[in-house]
Design a protein. Sequence first.
Length: 218
Amino acid sequence: MFFYFLLILLYIPLLIVYPCRVVGKKNIPKKGRFILSCNHQTLNDPIIIAYKITKRRFRFMAKAPLFNNKFKSAILKSLGAYPVNNKSATGDIKAVKTTLKHLKDERAVCIFPEGARLKSSESNELKHGVAMFSLKTNSPIVPAYFVKKTNAFVFNTLLIGKPIELYNMEQFKDKKIDKDLLEEASTVLKKEMNALYKNYIKNKELKKNKKQKLNNKN
């Protein structure tokens, strides 16, 4: 209840401070468990996701030090955040169990698979957490990508791709989950995430070239 009260209270200020267009919002499942897998550059990322994709409430992993202050901890938890104690999601047993429970309870979980905030928009190697959670719980993965760094008062675009069902792919279906399998699954996910950005840039260039041709004709 507090989450929705806070969202209504802050929606307009957030709209002003973090202007962001969402492309592909229809790809977000209306019900059932899934993992939103997004690139990560600033602490603003989960805030923007929370206020721009309002038809689902997300649970987020957040660095454990952010929960050291009791007041801040209470706010974060009410917003759906839960602590993870190191950079690899699979290294924190409590965080792993919490994530698995959220998914088994048919909730939406947002995970930043690069494991840390990046200084550039270039995607880094992915940790295996998202692939592992997906394969263990038969949860679809919805790839997402912020086109720009999510700074205040900078217009941005959040790209949302179609759900990926790793557990139904021939190379992963009914296979033993080990390091090699997770490496291959993470590679598939990385390609899908990067494809969102590459296709966006490609379409942008095509529109630009088309506009220039029309201007030249006139």
